[in-house]
Design a protein. Structure first.
Length: 371
C-alpha cells in the first residue's frame, strides 16, 4: 500500500486533505511540526501549532484512524525563518517568510522526515495541483494553480522542483474553500468551522513592526526622508517600518500626497515622491528557481506575480547567469518591492520564480516587446 505522510496543523484544510487520502485508500500518517513562536508573558507558541491546534490535529487523526506524530523543529525554524526575517529587514528588504518556510522547512526538512517514515509521498493542505509527466518524453512534473484561484498557493510553492513534485500530493487542488468546509461538515470533523490560519505565524499578534522594535531594535535606525533630487523632507524611524507604495504612516505633512518610492539602505534613506514617480516596468530577480529544473532558452512571455495577492501581470522574462532573471513588464507597476518574490506563470502553469533584488536592469538583454 502506498504510504503518505500528511502535514497536519489542526486546521480544516490539512484535516480534510488527510480524510480524502484515507478515503482514497492510502496508508496515511499524520505529522505536525512544532515551530518557534514569539515568547510572551503567558505563552510561547507559534500560531500554527498552539496546544489547541495540536490537540485538534490529534483528535482528527484519531477519528480517521491514522497514526499521528509531532516533531520539534523550533530551532531549525528560528534559524532558517525568523532570523532570515530579521536579517532581511536589516538589509532594507521586505521578505516573504512563507516562501522560505516552504523552501527549507516543509519541502526539505519535513519531506526528509516523511522519507524516514517510509513514505512515498508528502501531502499538504495547500491549494495547488501537480501534473505528472505525459510519458518518457513528457515535460516533467508541473506545478499548476489551484482550481480555486482565490485560494491558489502556487506562489509560495514556486520553490519546488522535480524531486519534491515527484513526491508531492495536494488533495485540495481541485476544490474550492467552500467545498472543503462542506466536506469537513459532512465528515463531522471537529475543525469544520475553525478560522483561517494567518501569515507570520511566529508573531504573537501579527504586528511585525512591534516584533522588530522588541526583538531587533538595532534594525530600526532613524534616517532621512528625501525626494529623488536629494532634498530632505523629514526623518523616518527605521526603514523596516515602511514598504514601497506606502502612503499613510510616513509621518509627513505635505501639500501633495507622497508615497514611498525606495528604501535605500546604503545611506539609510527613505525616498518618497508623488504618484507620477511611483512604479517601474522592470526588475531583476535573484535566487531564481525553475520548476522544470532548467531555465528557458531565450526570452519567454509570461505573467508575473510580484506579491502573493497581486494580480498576474504580462511580462517578458530573460534567464540570466548565476540564477538570475530580467523581467520586463508591459506597463508600470506601483509596488515592485525588493525581497518579495517574482513568480512566473504560463496560464495555470507555475514556471518558478526568484527574489526581487535591487540590481539594476541590464542594459542589454534579448527581451523584445514582440518575443
Amino acid at each position: 500500500m502506498t504510504r503518505v505522510v500528511i502535514a497536519m496543523s489542526g486546521g480544516v484544510d490539512s484535516s480534510v486533505a488527510a480524510a480524502l487520502l484515507v478515503r482514497q485508500g492510502y496508508d496515511v500518517i499524520g505529522l505536525m511540526l512544532r515551530l518557534w513562536g514569539e515568547p510572551t508573558a503567558d505563552q510561547r507558541f507559534n500560531r500554527c501549532c498552539t496546544p489547541d491546534a495540536l490537540a485538534q490535529a490529534r483528535r482528527v487523526a484519531a477519528q480517521l484512524g491514522i497514526p499521528f506524530y509531532a516533531l520539534d523543529a523550533q530551532d531549525l525554524f528560528k534559524a532558517r525563518i525568523v532570523d532570515f526575517f530579521i536579517e532581511s529587514y536589516a538589509a532594507g528588504l521586505t521578505p516573504n517568510p512563507c516562501l522560505e518556510c516552504n523552501r527549507h522547512i516543509r519541502w526539505t526538512y519535513l519531506l526528509d522526515q516523511a522519507r524516514d517514515l517510509g513514505a512515498d509521498y508528502l501531502a499538504t493542505g495547500h491549494y495547488a495541483r501537480v501534473e505528472t509527466p505525459d510519458g518518457p518524453s513528457g515535460r516533467g512534473y508541473r506545478l499548476l494553480k489551484a482550481v480555486d484561484t482565490h485560494k491558489d498557493q502556487s506562489y509560495v510553492l514556486s520553490v519546488l522542483g522535480q524531486t519534491q513534485l515527484r513526491q508531492a500530493l495536494f488533495p485540495l487542488g481541485h476544490l474550492s474553500k467552500p467545498e472543503v468546509r462542506t466536506l469537513a461538515r459532512e465528515l463531522e470533523l471537529p475543525v469544520a468551522d475553525r478560522p483561517e490560519s494567518q501569515d507570520l505565524c511566529f508573531l504573537a499578534d501579527g504586528d511585525y513592526r512591534r516584533f522588530l522594535r522588541e526583538h531587533a531594535p538595532t534594525v530600526l535606525k532613524p534616517g532621512p526622508i528625501m525626494r529623488r533630487d536629494g532634498t530632505i523632507v523629514g526623518e523616518h524611524q527605521g526603514l523596516a517600518l515602511y514598504t514601497v507604495g506606502q502612503r499613510k504612516g510616513i509621518g509627513l505633512s505635505t501639500r501633495e500626497p507622497l508615497y514611498v518610492l525606495e528604501l535605500r539602505p546604503v545611506d539609510n534613506a527613505l525616498v518618497v515622491g508623488g504618484v507620477d514617480e511611483l512604479g517601474c516596468d522592470r526588475l531583476v530577480a535573484q535566487r531564481v528557481h525553475w520548476v522544470a529544473g532548467e531555465p528557458p532558452v531565450g526570452p519567454i512571455r509570461v505573467e508575473v506575480k510580484i506579491r502573493y495577492k497581486a494580480a498576474p501581470q504580462p511580462a517578458i522574462v530573460n534567464a540570466l547567469p548565476a540564477d538570475r532573471a530580467a523581467v520586463l513588464f508591459d506597463g508600470r507597476l506601483r509596488d515592485i518591492t525588493a525581497g518579495q518574490a517574482a513568480v512566473f506563470y504560463a496560464g495555470d502553469d507555475c514556471l518558478g520564480g526568484g527574489i526581487i533584488s535591487r540590481e539594476p536592469y541590464p542594459t542589454k538583454t534579448t527581451a523584445t516587446s514582440d518575443s
